[in-house]
Ligand binder design. Structure first.
Ligand SMILES: Cc1cc2nc3c(=O)[nH]c(=O)nc-3n(C[C@H](O)[C@H](O)[C@H](O)COP(=O)(O)OP(=O)(O)OC[C@H]3O[C@@H](n4cnc5c(N)ncnc54)[C@H](O)[C@@H]3O)c2cc1C
Length: 387
């Protein structure tokens, strides 16, 4: 397996890095603290084609794969701009619509996702279901040609910035009692859909919401795909891109934190002429974190390469492992960087403690470390399920 980036991918990486650096972490934090969005960065990234790298060219995208989108996620995060909506809109929503939507849905939604003028967010999590998606209680029932959706969703990112939300619901007439999920493209301004912002301890310009669907009436063509049978494969098709891109965001955040810390410890002197970085009690934890981030990057490249080669089942194992490894590595890197900077580590100015909430959340969402360990225990180690 060859993990080398193509010359085009290397150019993409350098160009995205340059864009990210032009905005940087100060911009990201200022937007978050002002309660604003990173609209300028998103629009510019869209105009430059970076948001649509994985969308086919006939729908206005770059025609690349998840490797390309992972590069975009990692490099923006490495510049201090970890944009969670990259994981939701171009990674999950665009993949689901491209792979399982109707031709009409592809034509209607993909060009706007590709140029960044539209965002589609994703709603699966529910208050009483959480990690157990088999307990989803949001119901979709047929009323003539229409669909009517009722239920609640929680922690849904970016609803205030998006034109549509991809809602996962269960169809009511599943006689077996087993979940038959269906996905719906729901306009965020439709009658019956309301939201309430959650207060989160994360410094981020992107917000999470409770969503209430109260008899939301949708036309027949809001259902993703030609029939209800598209639901389960559509849902699963978003998982690998989600895990790979969120892992890339974590790896980029880890790189960013380690870089900030290394710059600081190489120049900070409090014991004569030697830098604090010359003390191994300071440099070894940073070096250890750098090793963990690099190992995670390797697994991300493997997962993305397998996914882009249509080896979905193998990609699932690697994507889960990459997400786990990157989530842990990012949390370790940011915490280690804060410690290495001492008091400066806790200031807004040095821009590392501002990431503590985000990397902590990265061990919980979009899939928790425990659920990944369950996946590996069952699918790699052949263990029985306890739940
Ligand atoms: C910042 C952020 C953004 C988010 N954005 C979105 C979004 O855009 N769309 C969306 O749909 N959701 C979103 N989520 C929700 C996220 O996907 C869920 O929080 C996550 O899947 C965990 O579900 P839960 O919070 O209900 O935890 P629970 O399922 O209640 O789990 C609580 C704890 O128990 C552990 N646990 C549960 N079951 C098991 C088990 N069988 N074995 C071992 N441990 C177990 C979990 O790992 C976790 O540590 C977001 C969450 C956050 C924090």
């Amino acid at each position: 397996m060859n993990f080398d980036l193509t010359p085009e991918q290397e150019q993409l990486r350098d160009a995205v890095r340059a864009l990210g650096k032009r905005y940087g972490h100060r911009y990201f934090v200022a937007k978050a603290k002002a309660g604003e969005h990173t609209t300028e960065l998103w629009q510019e990234a869209g105009q430059l084609g970076y948001l649509g790298v994985n969308i086919p060219t006939e729908y206005g995208g770059g025609g690349g794969g998840i490797t390309d989108l992972a590069i975009v996620c990692e490099e923006l995060a490495a510049a201090g701009c970890p944009l969670l909506l990259l994981v939701v809109s171009p990674a999950i929503a665009a993949t689901v619509i491209n792979r399982h939507g109707t031709e009409e849905q592809r034509k209607r939604h993909l060009p706007g996702l590709a140029d960044g003028s539209q965002k589609i967010v994703f709603a699966i999590t529910e208050p009483d279901a959480g990690s157990n998606f088999h307990r989803l209680a949001t119901v979709a029932r047929r009323d003539g040609e229409d669909w009517v959706l009722s239920g609640r969703k929680c922690y849904i990112s970016g609803v205030d910035e998006a034109g549509h939300v991809l809602v996962v619901a269960r169809t009511e007439d599943s006689s077996t009692g087993k979940l038959k999920p269906a996905l719906f493209i729901v306009p965020t301004d439709v009658a019956g859909l309301t939201r309430s912002k959650l207060d989160m301890e994360i410094v981020s310009p992107e917000n999470q919401f409770l969503l209430f669907l109260d008899d939301v009436r949708l036309p027949a063509d809001a259902l993703v795909g030609e029939s209800l049978d598209a639901g389960l494969p559509a849902l699963f098709s978003g998982l690998n891109p989600e895990r790979i891109t969120v892992a890339a965001m974590g790896a980029g955040t880890g790189r960013y934190a380690i870089e900030r810390a290394a710059e600081y410890t190489a120049s900070r002197k409090v014991w004569g002429e030697r830098s604090i970085g010359s003390h191994q009690g300071v440099s070894h934890p940073l070096a250890h974190a750098a090793v963990q981030v690099e190992l995670a990057r390797l697994m991300i490249q493997k997962a993305a390469t397998l996914y882009d080669a249509d080896r979905d089942l193998e990609a699932a194992v690697s994507a889960n492992m990459a997400k786990y490894a990157a989530g842990e590595a990012a949390a370790l890197a940011v915490d280690t960087a804060v410690q290495a900077l001492g008091g400066a580590g806790m200031t807004t100015e040095y821009g590392v403690a501002t990431l503590l909430g985000a990397v902590r959340a990265g061990r919980i969402a979009p899939v928790s470390r425990e659920m990944i360990l369950n996946f590996v225990a069952q699918h790699v180690l052949g263990q029985d399920k306890s739940y």
